[in-house]
Design a protein around this ligand. Structure first.
Ligand SMILES: [Zn+2]
Length: 135
């Protein structure tokens, strides 16, 4: 990544592709590439919708689906629709994190689905389990 100032702009240059790597294979093994960036949509701790760009984490060597970092660059212009359109123009994927249907927090990582098919965070799941015990 290169970051530089050009007149009255700061330019972030991010390579579109990143070569996959596998610590169990020779360094020069060609095992393909992945897009460097992904657009992400999530709620902050106050329930406000946030959008931004994250770096894709290569998980191919572990035979898992790729993951992504936290937001590298927040995107504060426009709305969700225009952000998704921007990602389409940039030809990168968009990942919208699931939101807990009970407390409204963003769910990072694995989660359960409630009886109505809605995502539930682990805190709310534990609370629900404790309430069941009382019945
Ligand atoms: Zn919750």
């Amino acid at each position: 990544m290169e970051i530089y100032k050009d007149k009255d702009k700061i330019i972030f240059e991010v390579p579109f592709w990143t070569k996959r790597s596998n610590p169990y294979m020779p360094d020069d093994a060609d095992i393909g590439s992945h897009k460097t960036l992904i657009g992400i949509i999530y709620n902050d701790e106050f329930g406000n919708e946030e959008r931004g760009f994250a770096k894709v984490i290569d998980m191919d060597y572990a035979d898992k689906q790729d993951q992504q970092t936290d937001t590298m660059i927040h995107f504060w212009e426009g709305d969700k629709k225009s952000f998704i359109e921007l990602c389409e123009k940039l030809e990168i994927s968009v990942y919208e994190y699931p939101i807990c249907q009970k407390c409204g927090k963003t769910i990072y990582g694995s989660h359960t689905i409630d009886k109505n098919g809605k995502p539930l965070c682990s805190e709310c799941e534990i609370k629900l389990e404790k309430n069941k015990d009382k019945l």
